[in-house]
Design a protein around this ligand. Structure first.
Ligand SMILES: NC(=O)c1ccc[n+]([C@@H]2O[C@H](COP(=O)([O-])OP(=O)(O)OC[C@H]3O[C@@H](n4cnc5c(N)ncnc54)[C@H](O)[C@@H]3O)[C@@H](O)[C@H]2O)c1
Length: 347
């Protein structure tokens, strides 16, 4: 097992390893004295792991309330969030009683936002079951739900009290979800400050070394979060590939999954930056080849103009300037401030 300590919020540990869900009751008792909790999941994850987790908690003496909603991004909305809060209220959960989020980023973001806001904040435990949630959404404290006109438009920065990532759960991930997670992992390979992770991803597939690779990614994210908990500066580097990616996702009406869109975004920005002579073209090719090796797309599926228009409605961009993340060399990126009119030259 790997344990990563994060100094944000009240401070918490991220535990990563095989079979960790079996140890959940013991781990939970290290962060809360409460014996009453709300276990939140989606119907797919619940069908695979929910009953076993509930049974283990019940056996350990926890009174376990459950809330299970339909899987998919469409559930990350105010009405599912509201129904969860009402269920917590009906169950007379108090400020001491934790919310456990068992699932991918959708469950983590929604349950996290409920934990952040129910009675002005109750303990949150993230139990990520997708690779993406393990390396990204479960760590760092961003919680949110979507509004009809935009993703993650309502939310809060709210750090968990504990993250328990059982890498055995990745065995049941559909191939596309595995690939989506790998896109974010490749992103960390470009942000780690050295070539080591990138070369590791080239040498062997992620699925051969879940514990080590997730541990490395979480440590990289931890460093950014500790430096910039509220996403005002350096944490923006985690958006490598995301500005173009956001445009691609939006142009497709969200039919192209986030991971694939980020992969396209990273490849595009690498090529654009190489064209400008700011990133070595052999390195750009290495990045594109690594993305392809994980079965992810690298070509723009829409025109640059269409992508730019959608990307520029991104909430992270102010009207007179845009910040994009550009690669400098394998393992190192930087924030570049550009005029919105120049954006299409960069990808
Ligand atoms: N908070 C953050 O910092 C942050 C960062 C990145 C992404 N996100 C959010 O995360 C969400 C995407 O997360 P995601 O990719 O995990 O999507 P997801 O939660 O929708 O999970 C993807 C699919 O996989 C299924 N699934 C989950 N675990 C499984 C398992 N072990 N075996 C089989 N099937 C499983 C789910 O039921 C779902 O159908 C988006 O809403 C995004 O905005 C948040």
């Amino acid at each position: 097992m790997i344990s990563v300590q994060v100094k944000a919020g009240k401070g918490y540990r991220v535990l990563i390893g095989a079979g960790l869900l079996k140890e959940l009751p013991a781990r939970l008792s290290e962060v809360t004295g409460s014996k009453h909790l709300m276990l939140v999941s989606d119907d797919s994850v619940w069908g695979l792991y929910g009953e076993a987790v509930r049974a283990a908690l019940t056996e350990a003496g926890y009174r376990t309330e459950t809330y299970v909603f339909a899987h998919g991004e469409a559930s990350k909305n105010l009405s599912v969030y509201g129904a969860l809060l009402e269920k917590m209220c009906d169950a007379h959960l108090t400020r001491e009683d934790p919310v456990l989020a068992l699932g991918g980023g959708v469950v983590g973001d929604l349950a996290g936002f409920a934990a952040a806001t129910y009675q002005r904040g109750v303990p949150l435990v993230q139990l990520p079951t997708t690779l993406l949630a393990a390396v990204d959404s479960s760590v760092g404290g961003k919680t949110a739900v979507d509004l009809p006109n935009g993703k993650n438009q309502v939310g809060a920065f709210y750090q968990p009290s504990l993250v328990v990532c059982d890498t055995d759960t990745f065995a049941t991930l559909p191939e596309t979800e595995y690939q989506n997670g790998c896109a974010e992992i490749i992103k960390y390979g470009m942000l780690s400050g050295s070539e080591e992770l990138f070369r590791m991803l080239e040498a062997e597939p992620v699925r051969n070394r879940y514990e080590e690779i997730v541990g490395r990614c979480v440590s990289i994210k931890r460093d950014f979060v500790e430096e910039d908990e509220f996403d005002r500066g350096l944490r923006m580097l985690l958006n490598l590939g995301h500005t173009v990616g956001h445009g691609v996702e939006a142009c497709s009406g969200y039919a192209i999954p986030h991971g694939q869109a980020v992969a396209i975004g990273m490849a595009a920005i690498a090529r654009g930056t190489a064209r400008k002579g700011l990133f070595d073209s052999a390195s750009a090719e290495e990045l594109v080849n690594l993305i392809k090796a994980y079965g992810l797309p690298t070509e723009l599926p829409f025109s640059k103009e269409e992508i730019a228009e959608k990307a520029q409605s991104d909430k992270k961009n102010t009207t007179d300037a845009m910040r994009i993340i550009i690669p400098e060399r394998i393992g190192t990126c930087r924030i570049e401030k550009i005029a919105p009119a120049e954006f299409t030259e960069w990808f």
